[in-house]
Design a protein. Structure first.
Length: 52
């Protein structure tokens, strides 16, 4: 089966709700969720996070 990686903003309430909804629909365990706000994922994504 095909695996998909979903990057989401862990601080965003809408993103969290969407992730929760998609997790319930993922009956065949094909989705992997990664919080894009985590420090170790930002270099992979090419994103620079600046905390103000």
């Amino acid at each position: 089966m095909r695996q998909l990686t979903v990057y989401f903003d862990g601080w965003c309430p809408l993103c969290q709700k969407s992730k929760w909804f998609l997790e319930r629909l993922d009956r065949f365990d094909q989705l992997t969720f990664i919080d894009a706000r985590r420090v170790h994922t930002t270099p992979v994504l090419g994103v620079l996070c600046i905390n103000s």
